[in-house]
Design a protein around this ligand. Structure first.
Ligand SMILES: *Cc1c(COP(=O)(O)O)cnc(C)c1O
Length: 357
């Protein structure tokens, strides 16, 4: 007999982002190119000194100190994990769970709901405007009605590319009975950051801001993310994470990467300029385009008379992979494309023009 899984998992589907073997992969919002070569050299030389038979520094003190310096706050206000997804899971394990609920504003990053459910938290869904923004009215409605233990905001929001409005965050911090998490996976592309609220005086006691090395930092392969948290919260997180969850390799990789902070963040401008070029062309092709402040663009194919599934498959047939969001609630006929290198973007735009011709 096949052993039965937990009752509440039976109806839950996993998170799927198909990895298809194509020439141009623009489906997971990674950076178009890896870190600079000097990074790899410096990392290789650091790795030679590792005592691999020892467990890692359990509190990742060096990496946390470096990140604290980057954000000009105390090291105890930094929590590091295996990608920001593990931060989100840690938040749900610590503050969510049975009898508690978690609020999301849809459409948004699917992992909030997924992780919440897998940690036995109930999910309450608010609605975004068609333009991707959350209204103060909707925020108040959801919080007042459901009293969620965790509110997830995403700025800029995946998959719409739009930053949250600052007044929405302010209001959330005022009225939420629990935590407010702002996911800033694409924070370098936005014109404001919730981290600015976390000053020496402490900042809001219920604000968690997550960041990742997976996107602008071009290190999705390292699985490293972190959060800026209120003082005193880290020991709560330590209760649920596995011992030594952040391995030695990753701690070193993060610290070495921070030496190249300027170079990494410099790349944002180049991506933005490519993004603008893509947006203009998509508009000209008659598609419905969400104005993005990120490294990806959401667009709807229906104004051209073609279905999203159709266009997605035709692109795959031309060896271009974008994210097919067509089957997601509220996103009928929507595709999401990551800004790639200029030649990759050319391939995508040429293939798309051919498909829609
Ligand atoms: C890509 C992405 C992440 C990154 O997750 P990691 O686990 O750090 O790779 C987090 N949040 C959003 C909204 C994302 O799009």
């Amino acid at each position: 007999m096949k052993p039965p899984v937990r009752d509440d998992l039976r109806l839950l589907e996993g998170y799927h982002s198909p990895q298809i073997d194509v020439e141009v992969r623009l489906n997971t919002n990674e950076a178009p190119v890896g870190p600079p070569p000097e990074f790899s050299e410096a990392l290789a030389s650091e790795l030679r000194n590792v005592e691999w038979h020892r467990y890692p520094d359990r509190t990742a003190s060096g990496l946390r100190a470096d990140l604290a310096k980057l954000h000009d706050i105390e090291p105890e206000r930094i929590f590091v994990a295996n990608g920001s997804n593990e931060v989100l899971q840690t938040v749900c394990l610590t503050y969510g769970g049975t009898g508690r609920s978690v609020a999301t504003f849809e459409p948004t990053y699917a992992m909030y709901g997924q992780i919440a459910r897998s940690t036995q938290s109930a999910v309450v869904e608010g609605e975004r405007h068609v333009d991707g923004s959350v209204s103060v009215f909707e925020l108040e409605r959801v919080i007042e009605r459901h009293q969620p233990s965790i509110v997830f905001l995403c700025s800029p929001n995946n998959p719409t590319g739009t930053p949250e409005r600052f007044e929405v965050l302010e209001r959330a911090l005022e009225i939420a009975p629990g935590l407010v998490v702002v996911d800033e996976a694409y924070g370098q592309f936005a014109d404001w950051s919730a981290i600015d609220l976390c000053d020496d005086a402490g900042g809001p006691p219920n604000l968690v801001v997550t960041r990742t090395f997976s996107k602008t930092w071009a290190m999705a392969g390292a699985r490293l993310g972190y959060a800026v948290i209120p003082a005193g919260m880290a020991p709560e997180f330590e209760k649920v994470v596995l011992p030594y969850h952040v391995d030695t390799f990753k701690q070193i990789a993060g610290r070495v990467a921070l030496r190249f902070a300027d170079q990494m963040e410099h790349r944002v401008a180049a991506i933005v300029s490519e993004r603008e070029r893509i947006e203009t062309t998509l508009g000209r092709l008659g598609l419905n385009v969400w104005p993005s402040q990120s490294n990806f663009i959401l667009f709807r194919t229906s104004p051209t008379g073609r279905s999203g599934d159709d266009v997605w498959q035709a692109l795959v047939d031309r060896s271009v992979l974008v994210r097919n969001c067509s089957g997601w609630p509220r996103l009928a006929d929507c595709l999401r494309v990551t800004v790639g290198t200029p030649p990759e973007n050319d391939s995508f735009l040429e293939a798309l023009a051919e498909v829609l011709a």
